[in-house]
Design a protein around this ligand. Structure first.
Ligand code: K1U
Ligand code: ZN
Length: 177
């Protein structure tokens, strides 16, 4: 398993809709394992394939935060929301592609999601709490949408400017090394 580099906003690959997966190939299973490793290493609670530069509809997540509870890594190919609650929930979201920036985002409090798992089996599950927020955030990534797209334009522009600066600094550091 390999930790892959995570793309930082702005990047055109984070703004594109990803392609459906037609076959769960060994390469895609390896990618999913690398993504889990990358997510735990970051650390994060979710990761979508475009964040590592792969334009396929694949996401991983594990929202177990409590050290006393066993991890629950999930691998979702072609995930789709088949039902969303009327009730909404606000959560202060972050994103591994937008480091150190957080903002309140309102989304359905519960969602039912259908997907194909790593064995090729069809799965369906209802998520609530942080799991519901996270799976919606990750499915947005597969549609080229970031959590800052829910914010007012001025706030979004400020965050984007900070990220442009961060990327420039990281490039300079890389050139010096
Ligand atoms: O998609 C991503 O960029 C991952 C992102 C997922 C997410 C976070 C919060 C709300 C919705 C979706 C993250 O994992 S950011 C890091 C984070 O939230 C976290 C890190 C360590 C422990 C607990 C949470
Ligand atoms: Zn994100």
């Amino acid at each position: 398993m390999t930790v892959r580099p995570i793309l930082i906003h702005p990047d055109p690959r984070l703004k594109k809709r990803c392609d459906e997966v037609s076959d769960i190939t060994p390469e895609l299973r390896e990618l999913a394992d690398d993504m889990l490793q990358t997510m735990y290493d970051a650390p994060g609670i979710g990761l979508a394939a475009p964040q590592v530069g792969v334009m396929s509809r694949l996401l991983v997540m594990d929202c177990v935060k409590d050290a006393d509870t066993a991890p629950r890594p999930l691998i979702l190919f072609n995930p789709r929301i088949v039902w969303a609650s009327e009730e909404r929930n606000v959560y202060e979201e972050g994103c591994l592609s937008i480091p150190d920036q957080y903002a309140d985002v309102e989304r359905p409090a519960e969602v039912r999601v259908a997907w194909i798992d790593e064995t090729g089996a069809e799965r369906e599950e209802q998520f609530d709490g942080l799991w519901a927020t996270c799976v919606q955030h990750e499915i947005d990534h597969l549609d080229g949408k970031l959590f800052i797209d829910y914010l007012k334009p001025l706030r979004r522009q400020m965050i984007t400017r900070k990220m442009v600066k961060l990327k420039r600094e990281r490039e300079r550091e890389k050139a010096r090394a």
